[in-house]
Design a protein around this ligand. Structure first.
Ligand SMILES: CC(=O)[C@@H](O)[C@H](O)COP(=O)(O)O
Ligand SMILES: NCC(=O)COP(=O)(O)O
Length: 239
């Protein structure tokens, strides 16, 4: 079964546009879980452009499914995650001024750093996942970091899906098979949508979790949150 974790960054983006409390990220998380979301993902960034540190602490006691915190593991982020203790932390090598995440880890180059950071989280009992480009050759280095899972960075899949879906998914299948061989769990995310999710979920072996925010929250503007979450769950259903 593939779990749907809803990324609520965009709820915070709208809220921050006015500097008030509307819409509430905590209420959104509660409702999303009521509507069937199997996890809540946030990606607090140092500039707090959407999710703030306060949101991270406010959400912790409210999330009843699986809390996944994504981010670049600089010291303040590491300390916050160790304090909050979510079920999962996903490490993403965000550039300082990137609009959004735009690459996976070079695990070979950053091996020592990732090993140390992952050991800290593992000692605290937090499951670790690292954001990875679809590149089977990177998987053995990912394994050496000590992480539990990889998160496949699906931007290239989403971009190429409308052009040639078989070609778009090829490297992702190869990377997932390699990950499986090394005993790593497989998550995926970035630009997944109602349009491209089913084909991805049907073709990636042992896909444990997808985290979806931008498209899902956008689609919810037209369809409502409950309908949208249900539509995503249908795309993930195997029957
Ligand atoms: C790692 C990943 O792909 C998502 O977390 C994405 O980066 C969302 O972040 P933004 O909402 O800031 O674009
Ligand atoms: N890890 C990916 C994520 O949380 C959501 O990415 P997106 O759907 O907002 O592109």
């Amino acid at each position: 079964m593939t779990k749907l974790s809803v990324n609520i960054n965009k709820i915070a983006t709208i809220r921050n546009a006015r500097g008030g409390l509307l819409p509430s990220v905590t209420e959104a998380a509660i409702k999303l879980e009521e509507f069937g979301a199997q996890g809540i993902t946030i990606h607090p960034r140092p500039d707090e452009r959407h999710i703030t540190r306060k949101d991270v602490y406010d959400l912790k006691p409210l999330v009843k499914t699986e809390f996944n915190i994504e981010g670049n593991p600089h010291r303040p982020f590491i300390d916050m995650v160790l304090e909050v203790k979510p079920e999962q932390v996903t490490l993403v090598p965000d550039g300082e001024d990137a609009i959004t995440s735009n690459a996976g880890w070079d695990c070979k180059k950053h091996l020592g750093f990732l090993q140390n950071v992952i050991a800290e989280f593992k000692n605290a009992g937090i499951r670790t996942s690292i954001f990875l480009d679809p590149n089977p050759e990177m998987v053995q280095f990912a394994k050496e970091t000590g992480c539990d899972r990889i998160e496949l960075y699906t931007e290239a899949y989403a971009t190429n899906y409308p052009i040639n879906k078989e070609e778009a998914i090829k490297l992702y299948i190869e990377t997932a098979l390699e990950a499986q061989k090394h005993g790593l769990g497989i998550n995926a995310g970035h630009d997944l949508s109602l349009e491209n999710l089913k084909y991805f979920a049907d073709n990636i072996p042992n896909l444990l979790e997808v985290s979806i925010g931008h498209a899902l929250i956008s689609e919810a503007l037209y369809m409502g949150m409950e309908n949208t979450v249900q539509a995503y769950l249908k795309r993930l259903a195997k029957w």
